[in-house]
Design a protein around this ligand. Structure first.
Ligand code: CO
Length: 208
C-alpha cells in the first residue's frame, strides 16, 4: 500500500465534508460532548465509528487487543475516567467481535511473550465460566461463547469502577455489551442486564 494514498483520501474526505457544511471543521474544533464511550478491539476489521454509522464528535473510542478492561491497566482506566467523570457520557459500550484473534490465542497454550499477561485476563474469563464453556463440544461455538462471556466480564469491570458507580448515582449511565459479527456485518446487543449481574456483588466493589 502506498501510504501517500492516505493523504489523497484525506483531501477528498475534507472536501466531502465541506461540500455539505463549510463550517464543519470550524464547529468540530470547538469541543466534544460525545454521548458514548466505545471500548472495542484493535482488529482492523472492526472499525468503531463506521460500524455504528457515527462520525467525528459522536463517540469517544478506546481500542486494545480483545476489548479488555483490566482493573490495573492505566490506559483503559484513564479513558474511562475521562469519558465518564469529565465528558459525562451516558453510555459505555464494550464491543467484542466474532473471529477475535486475541480470544483465539487465549484458547491455545502457545507462549506469546509480552502478550501472555494480557491474554491471561481472557483465560481468567474462561476459568470463571469453565463449567459452561467445557460443555460446548463444538470448538467454534465455544470460541464464540467465550467472546460473548468476555464482553460480559469486561462490562462488569466497567461497572465496578468508582467513576461508573458515581455516575449511576447522578445520572442514568448505562453499560452495554455488544458483539460485532464480522461475517455478516451485524452488530448484536447481548442485552446484558448489568445491574442484575452486578447487584449480587455490588457490596464487594462498593466505594462510597
Ligand atoms: Co479482536
Amino acid at each position: 500500500m502506498d501510504v501517500q494514498q492516505v493523504f489523497e483520501n484525506n483531501k477528498e474526505w475534507v472536501q466531502s465534508k465541506l461540500d455539505i457544511d463549510p463550517k464543519y471543521f470550524e464547529e468540530l474544533a470547538k469541543g466534544q460532548q460525545p454521548p458514548i464511550l466505545y471500548i472495542g478491539c484493535s482488529d482492523s476489521r472492526v472499525s468503531a465509528e463506521q460500524l455504528m454509522g457515527l462520525g467525528p464528535g459522536q463517540v469517544f473510542v478506546h481500542r486494545n487487543i480483545a476489548n479488555m478492561v483490566p482493573n490495573a491497566d492505566l490506559n483503559v482506566m484513564s479513558v474511562l475516567n475521562y469519558a465518564v467523570a469529565h465528558l459525562k457520557v451516558d453510555h459505555v459500550v464494550v464491543c467484542g467481535h466474532y473471529y477475535c484473534g486475541g480470544v483465539k490465542a487465549a484458547m491455545q497454550s502457545a507462549d506469546l511473550g509480552i502478550l501472555n499477561p494480557w491474554l491471561r485476563n481472557i483465560r481468567d474469563v474462561y476459568r470463571t465460566h469453565q463449567d459452561e464453556l467445557d460443555k460446548i463440544a463444538d470448538e467454534d461455538s465455544r470460541y464464540k461463547r467465550l467472546i460473548e462471556l468476555n464482553v460480559q466480564e469486561q462490562c462488569i469491570n466497567v461497572a465496578k469502577t468508582p467513576e461508573v458507580q458515581a455516575a449511576k448515582k447522578d445520572r442514568a449511565i448505562k453499560v452495554h455489551g455488544w458483539v460485532f459479527d464480522i461475517g455478516t456485518g451485524k452488530l448484536i446487543d447481548l442485552n446484558i442486564d448489568i445491574d442484575a449481574v452486578t447487584d449480587k456483588f455490588s457490596d464487594i466493589y462498593k466505594i462510597d
